[in-house]
Design a protein around this ligand. Structure first.
Ligand code: HEC
Ligand code: HEC
Ligand code: HEC
Ligand code: HEC
Ligand code: HEC
Length: 283
């Protein structure tokens, strides 16, 4: 019998944080990916408001238990904090209340079916801001399965606390897709093709993320040197759109189209990088 984290079939105690090793190993890549900023970024005023938020104020002062301060620091370092997305937006509760019990009314542990972050509810909660991703996800068989039987990965199985870590998955061994799709005597028929395709898509996304970070650096340098890079900037803007489409499309788990988009993004990123290298006199 397979025991998927969060889903209690006739399993032993459910694992609360799935695949922590993966999260750690891909954190760096995920951090780089935040460079591909969308137009969601916050104004200064929103960031100030976030600091004044009741949840944030109280939690910023909790030094124990360690779990609590870790969670706060996760948030503090995340792009969600940078964008002014506060605790209550995801967890619920009353951010205006100064008193702990009142503030926590409506806050449940994510394993509780009533939590906004329970795997069944997360698509809706996250979807308020990540519409394109969630629209793709809703097309997937995973979503159908999740809705009907709870069997399918949801947002929080792949994204760490702040979404800033992603189980990007070297999809071997005990890892994410293999777990359901390629295990001997598993719940589903063995499908090595699914695992292989997913891996190549995610590798292409990761390679492109690195390139994007590299291009950002070169654009900065070019601007310092007052070079004309208007054309490269425009190409870069379009590249980021294609990459975002690949990432959103990935969530439908129809693997062909995002694989093509991810490869296309990578080729385009290499082209832009080469042009910039030349302008910067690096070859
Ligand atoms: C109130 C709006 C809002 C909600 C709700 C929200 N997000 Fe975000 N999310 C954002 C913004 C804004 C960013 C930063 C975008 C940027 O800088 O490009 C972001 C960034 C991300 C990223 C990219 C991470 C990174 O470090 O760049 C991921 C992944 C993500 N969110 C996942 C989630 C998940 C999963 C949920 C639900 C548990 C969620 N988000 C809920 C607004 C939201
Ligand atoms: C006056 C201080 C205070 C305020 C305000 C506050 N919290 Fe907490 N919160 C705590 C303390 C202390 C703990 C840990 C101790 C405990 O278990 O009660 C905690 C625990 C939590 C937990 C983990 C426990 C669980 O039930 O899952 C979450 C999630 C949480 N808070 C979210 C929030 C959110 C969201 C808000 C704002 C709507 C908020 N907190 C406002 C003090 C506060
Ligand atoms: C983008 C959405 C998002 C924001 C913003 C957010 N969290 Fe979370 N939080 C989650 C998700 C998803 C989980 C469950 C997954 C996990 O445990 O990593 C979680 C889990 C937690 C837990 C563990 C709860 C338990 O019972 O196991 C605590 C504590 C917590 N968050 C505190 C906070 C605090 C404090 C803030 C604000 C400073 C905050 N979170 C902001 C999404 C968010
Ligand atoms: C099977 C794993 C998996 C699941 C389930 C999943 N994601 Fe993702 N998500 C990823 C991967 C992988 C990326 C690409 C990360 C990167 O840039 O390397 C990603 C990227 C994202 C991004 C960033 C997109 C961008 O343009 O930068 C957001 C936002 C996001 N996911 C939200 C969600 C939400 C919301 C859900 C639930 C509806 C969800 N994800 C479910 C694996 C998953
Ligand atoms: C919790 C178990 C679970 C996990 C983990 C999981 N899946 Fe699935 N997946 C399912 C189920 C259930 C179906 C529906 C299968 C069916 O109806 O035959 C499905 C269907 C699919 C399909 C459509 C099947 C087809 O024949 O085309 C694809 C593609 C897919 N998953 C890809 C992935 C990828 C990629 C990953 C890893 C990121 C993954 N899945 C992780 C349970 C899972």
């Amino acid at each position: 019998m397979l025991c998927w984290p969060f889903i209690q079939l006739s399993c032993g105690s459910p694992v609360k944080r799935p695949l922590p090793k993966l999260f750690a190993s891909v954190l760096f890549i995920a951090l780089l990916s935040s460079v591909a900023a969308s137009d969601l970024s916050a104004s200064r005023a929103e960031q100030d408001a976030a600091r004044e938020n009741g949840c944030v104020r109280c939690h910023s002062r909790l030094s124990t238990p360690a779990e609590m301060s870790n969670r706060f620091l996760d948030w503090r370092a995340s792009s969600h904090a940078g964008a002014g997305v506060t605790c209550d937006t995801c967890h619920g509760g009353d951010a205006a209340a100064r008193n702990q019990a009142k503030a926590h009314a409506g806050v449940f542990p994510p394993s509780n079916r009533n939590s906004r972050l329970h795997e069944m509810n997360a698509p809706q909660t996250c979807g308020k801001c990540h519409g394109a991703v969630v629209n793709s996800f809703i097309e997937s068989e995973h979503y159908q399965r999740l809705k009907n039987s709870g069997l399918g990965p949801s947002c929080i199985n792949c994204h760490g606390h702040m979404g800033s870590s992603v189980a990007r998955a070297p999809l071997e061994g005990e890892s994410l897709c293999t777990f359901c799709h390629n295990t001997v005597n598993g719940l589903l028929p063995q499908r090595p093709d699914i695992v292989k395709k997913a891996k190549s898509t995610l590798d292409a996304v990761a390679r492109t993320n690195y390139m994007v970070a590299w291009i950002v650096e070169m654009l900065r340098e070019a601007e310092k040197k007052k070079l004309d890079v208007a054309a490269e900037k425009e190409d870069f803007r379009l590249l980021k759109i294609t990459l975002a489409e690949a990432k959103a499309g990935w969530h439908a788990f129809k693997l062909e189209a995002p694989a093509l988009k991810a490869d296309k993004s990578f080729d385009e990123a290499v082209r832009i990088k080469d042009k910039l290298s030349k302008k910067l006199g690096r070859d």
